[in-house]
Design a protein. Sequence first.
Length: 161
Amino acid sequence: MAESFRRIVTTHDSTGRSVVRSVDTLTPQPIAGGVADFQLVWTTPTVPADNNGDDDGAAREAGLTLQGGSVIRIVDMMPGQASPMHRSFSIDYGIVLSGVLELELDGGEVVALGAGDIVVQRGTNHLWRNPSPDTVCRIAFILIEAAPVVVDGKVLEELHP
């Protein structure tokens, strides 16, 4: 079973004073194929974000990215598993929280990552692989919509197998 984590959300009271809105315990849930467990933490429908209102950003529907907005999710990559090769119209900040991970690009480059490493993923075609035979790798991913990458006048399309 995936390890739970706490999500602490802040807001303002009616006088403008900063307060804690909620403290929730979240547990990543398995995705189809058993490659990883995902847990959406928060989304915003726009950038810049609107911090007015009291909506729960995790209640909003979000795919891999959220068109016009931002997404943060926790991913537990299972031992020995890999994601499909994919590309999105987003800039992604991937922060390895625990375990080991490999980033593989469609050009063949492979980068080994460990706890504390941060990847700035700029719309490239890539996959994630957990090379450990027995340890889950936990990663925090923050995704913000970006313009499509254009190379030699040609838009590099999104790929979501």
